[in-house]
Write a protein that binds this ligand. Structure first.
Ligand SMILES: [Cu+2]
Length: 167
């Protein structure tokens, strides 16, 4: 009989540890695929994209983003109004509970102004997300060649020709 009891006891221990595992309460967001398209050295503005996963039961509100590498970071939403592309500055970005916010071309994204030093593919930049509850999440973004990304060059052109105000 001892042979039977032992595995059972082990099983209940395993179940107990699952119930109390801190993973169930841990709600820190997880950021993946953070990257910055490489831009011509003359450009004063770059974009940053990432995917933010909220595994918690409450919406997360990003109130600002900062980086030592840039003079300023803004949160933007790209929209099209009557066939005209615009970027609207956002005061906050919401990552809904149990959901994902994708910062990408043509949608929400980060706009990086006036790099303190030139960046090229292979460089890494720390972007710190500030949340409404006061917590901060540093994110490492890889600078990569934007190769083949048509919308990226359009994004830059939009900024460069000055025909659309961005902020
Ligand atoms: Cu923008």
């Amino acid at each position: 009989m001892t042979y039977m009891i032992k595995p059972l006891r082990n099983l209940s221990l395993i179940m107990l540890s699952l119930v109390f595992a801190p993973a169930t309460a841990w709600a820190e967001p997880v950021v993946t695929e953070a990257w910055i398209p490489e831009a011509p050295p003359v450009s004063t503005v770059m974009a940053a994209f990432m995917t933010i996963h909220n595994n918690g039961d409450e919406d997360l509100k990003i109130v600002s983003v900062k980086s030592d590498q840039f003079a300023e970071v803004q949160m933007h939403l790209s929209v099209e109004e009557k066939g005209v592309a615009k970027m609207l500055p956002q005061k906050t970005l919401i990552v809904p509970a149990r959901a994902t916010l994708q910062l990408r071309q043509g949608s929400y994204h980060l706009m990086l102004f006036n790099s303190v030093s030139p960046l090229k593919a292979g460089d890494k930049v720390t972007l710190t997300l500030d949340f409404a509850d006061g917590s901060k999440l540093p994110v490492i973004a890889d600078v990569k060649k934007a190769g083949g990304m048509k919308s990226q060059s359009e994004h830059m052109k939009m900024k460069m020709d000055g025909s659309h105000r961005c902020y």
